[in-house]
Design a protein around this ligand. Sequence first.
Ligand SMILES: [Zn+2]
Length: 284
Amino acid sequence: MGAMPELPEVEITARSLDRHVRDAQIESALAPGVNALKTYAPPLSALEGRQILGVRRRGKHLILDVSGELALLMHLMSAGRLQLYEKRAGPRDRTSRLLLRLADGRELRLREFGSRQSAWVKLLGAGDLEADEALSTLGPEAWPDPPPLEDLLDAPRPLHALLRDQRTIAGIGRSWADEILWEARFSPYKRGSELDADEAARLRDAIVGTLGGAIAHYEEAIELPIPDKLPMPLQVHRRQGAPCPRCGSTLAAVHFEDYVIAYCPTCQTDGRVLKDRRLSRLLR
Ligand SMILES: [Zn+2]
């Protein structure tokens, strides 16, 4: 299982699928993952015979626009992939949560790895899409052109938590928050309300540059189907113990129950090693 898909990973998925399935006709739709489909009306059969108008991203969500005023809204959660195959699945693939069989013989599969079933799909009327709470609660997009951060992040909360809060700014998760804060040279615990104008601009540049750089990397590195394990160009995240690519200091980490924040003590915290917060709820 690869890392959790965030804005760059979902963006490249949307872009590459859009290039390959735009205008394709849906022959049938199945949801073998009993828990994945979160809506009842319209029924999945409403997709039969419809045309895929495009694939796009909003925050960490994927949206398939479909003819007949329909839209499929999906969240890959921690271990989902939306993959296009030239042939249909043979013996039933246990990772499949949603299968869209295309009239030309190809198949679009939402697959999920690991034991947890948390990826989800909603089939909505196109007019109901933006009002769905998954989208209506999202903050502005982190990329390509987020608003100035001075007001957006003006809260007495740690930057690492603010950047991951989808209601504050949409698209960033644990992996890219580590990378962005390393790029901008901020402590993960620096408070949003402590940013001055120059620092807010520096952080914004790091967000746009880091996420944009990752997307450019994927454009070069990825071919369809989107691989199970994405080649994420990470420099800091999950690399604690390795040398900082910028200064050579040993990268450090703060451990939580279910995740880890990695950082460079020299570049980001004036040499201070942050306390292990495994039992703390500070960043929740
Ligand atoms: Zn460093």
